[in-house]
Design a protein around this ligand. Sequence first.
Ligand SMILES: Cc1ncc(COP(=O)(O)O)c(C=O)c1O
Length: 403
Amino acid sequence: MTDYKKIFKESLDKLKEEGNYRIFADLEKIAGNFPQALNYQENSVSEVTVWCSNDYLGMSQNQLVIENMIEAINKVGAGSGGTRNISGTNHYHVLLERELCYLHQKESALLFNSGYLANQATLSTLGKKLPDCVFFSDEKNHASMIQGMKNSGARKIIFGHNNLNDLEKKLKASNAESKIIVFESVYSMDGNFSPVARICELAKKYNALTFLDEVHAVGIYGKRGAGVAEEKGVMNKIDIIQGTLAKAFGVIGGYITGNKEIIDFIRSFASGFIFTTSLPPCIAAGAYASIRHLKFSDIEKEKMFAVVNKLKSYLKKYEIPFIDSGSHIIPVIIGDAKLCKRASNILLDEFNIYVQPINFPTVPRGTERLRITASPNHTDKMVKDLATALKSVFNQLNIVKAA
Ligand SMILES: Cc1ncc(COP(=O)(O)O)c(C=O)c1O
């Protein structure tokens, strides 16, 4: 007889053995005091400084965002009450989708309950429905895109990370009827950029559609926070721009934007869009306020980059190895799962600094890291404290300093 419990336990034991078992920090963010949070442990509660949040610009604490969310709750209540088709399209959703069109200069936009779902549902639908479809996927693409492509049943050809020659070679060799190039603008774990404009050129040459994940770029890059494609002046060359409302915009939800035929197609055929209750209207109201605020305000980005640059110079001074890709993401490479976890524990236990270890499968084995993210609200003292703490951790654990 199958011993189900034993199967589950053995898999979990293996994860623990490898140092890849995930333990969640039990945090309570302190409103108005970001990046501080209370950390609940078994027998204690302590205040910690968070250095690994994707709330890159601290917008989850922005007064305007909060007020708009509260106003929406008071006006229309908590939940949306239905799928988009069956009573769940609130005027707040419509306003937000319109705003996303303006942001990305596209004809249409479609909201999803998360960025993950936007990727997964869109790609699985395209791959399933387009005739003889082949995906050309960057080897470092996020799990949500990989899952979407897989679920579609379509063929996937992986090209070397940001490798234009490899991509061109593979596009040229393919006689598929439908081709889709799937890539990100800022890769979340290394923080590096993709050659967006050059990939668009290849897409045009080989008549391929482009699907660009701007999850780690929206709100931060581009004059109005529309992402790297805006910064590079190629928004109109991307067929589908996908983004999240959960990171720099500080709320939750995902979306795609594109021409009205593509978006209407996804709206009409994507199971992950159709058969789920829509986001609470207050979420749409908060995201709308956040996007509109960041469209005209540079102060959050400027402050965040000042913190990023300060931290990078401290790390260089203290010889802490990190990947400097020029973006706002700072990966400090540890290179071993157990060591990475120990480093994170020391930061928390001895210095009240919280940086979650990033291990396999999120990153390849041997490249385990502390993925550090700054915000406009980290003070000079917090930066110095983090750098000093990292120096101590590297010494204590005798980590080889080679990025
Ligand atoms: C590149 C990328 N795409 C998509 C997602 C999913 O976005 P969301 O957190 O809104 O579900 C993530 C999440 O971290 C991501 O890193």
